[in-house]
Write a protein that binds this ligand. Sequence first.
Ligand SMILES: [Zn+2]
Ligand SMILES: [Zn+2]
Length: 425
Amino acid sequence: MNDRWRRPRGTQDVLPPESARVERFRRVFYDWAERYGYEEIQTPVFEQTAVFVEGVGQATDIVQHERYTFVDAGGTSLTLRPEGTAAVARAYVEHGMNAWPQPVRLFYWQPMFRRERPQAGRFRQHQQYGVELYGAEGFEADAEVILLATRILAAVGKTPRVRLNSLGDAACRPAYRQALVAYYAEHRAELCEDCQARLEHNPLRLLDCKRDQHLKAGAPDIRDFWCEPCRDHFAGLTALLADLGVEVDHDKNLVRGLDYYHRTVFEVDDEGLGAQNTILGGGRYDGLPARFEGPAVPAVGFAGGVERLLLALGDAWPAIRPARVYLAQIGTGTEALRWAERLRAEGLPVVTDLLGRSLKAQMKDAARRARWAVMVGGQEWAAGRAPVRDLVTGTTVEVARDELAAWLRARIATLAQEQDGQEER
Ligand SMILES: [Zn+2]
Ligand SMILES: [Zn+2]
């Protein structure tokens, strides 16, 4: 293909069967979010640029280097949504959700846009899942959000290990920040170019640098700076999570890239993904709605990338073979087509040949697309019996034609139950 028609660099087409894996995960996410009482929010794909500059923070990579910003025909500066939290906070303020029954539990499943360097599992348009819990400041809210995150990852077969930290609050963070700047200023000459700039604008992110790892060990420890309420919040959270069986590692260098965090930050890693191995991250951002001139409400949440998670899961979490029925026509005629229509009307997913192929060719085709093949038009069929082949086990049974729909429906229900069983724990 001529390059001019290719999809933009860093984007992807999600094709079957990968699209079925995405959909399989989407259902797990919606199911667990709903079990915790979260309700879906959908925000626009683009916002006025100020929402992200204010909301995400001027000094972040997302805002400085990775924005897709354009001016529309009316002269308004718009930015494609790079992350969910700032957009949801904007919606929270705009719709006065602080007047809703509290707390407000929201989840989203939306594409995000960042002009990042393309690499495995990282796309310039990628799908994110996330939750936002507004109006609860106690550590129990942090625990609920972390529990939900671990439940979702456990449902797809991961054994999530959470790294947790507290960045302090307005009372204690400034002193820590100052100590951090003082420490790194002493080592200014050893810092990479990015960190020289971070020292001025975003000192907490100095701890994030992959190149200046050797300096981390001597850096001031945030725990020495926590005020008493921050200390209590962290202690309460870790004790509650331990009680509920969630394993947590305290990572004193965990800061996360965005500057709206307050107290709790957490991440879940995957060993298989190499250097960029975080599959989910979140934290508390009590000050965020106030940035949009909204009320001072507490908030906590997390977000994860769908592509990165599916990459991390690999073959251990395949697309499920569709519970589809293939009606193969023996000889010529339209009996299979007419029966397909009848079964669809009864709620069953059914495909037929459409290409006039031999029975043998149809069965080969069926093995690729369906779970069962029903042979229509032979002697058994004429006698009121439907031969049904299970394309996974290879066995064939005869079912009374009149009972075909009910028989197939029962089989599909059994399969669905088995699959849910796998994803419930
Ligand atoms: Zn650095
Ligand atoms: Zn504090």
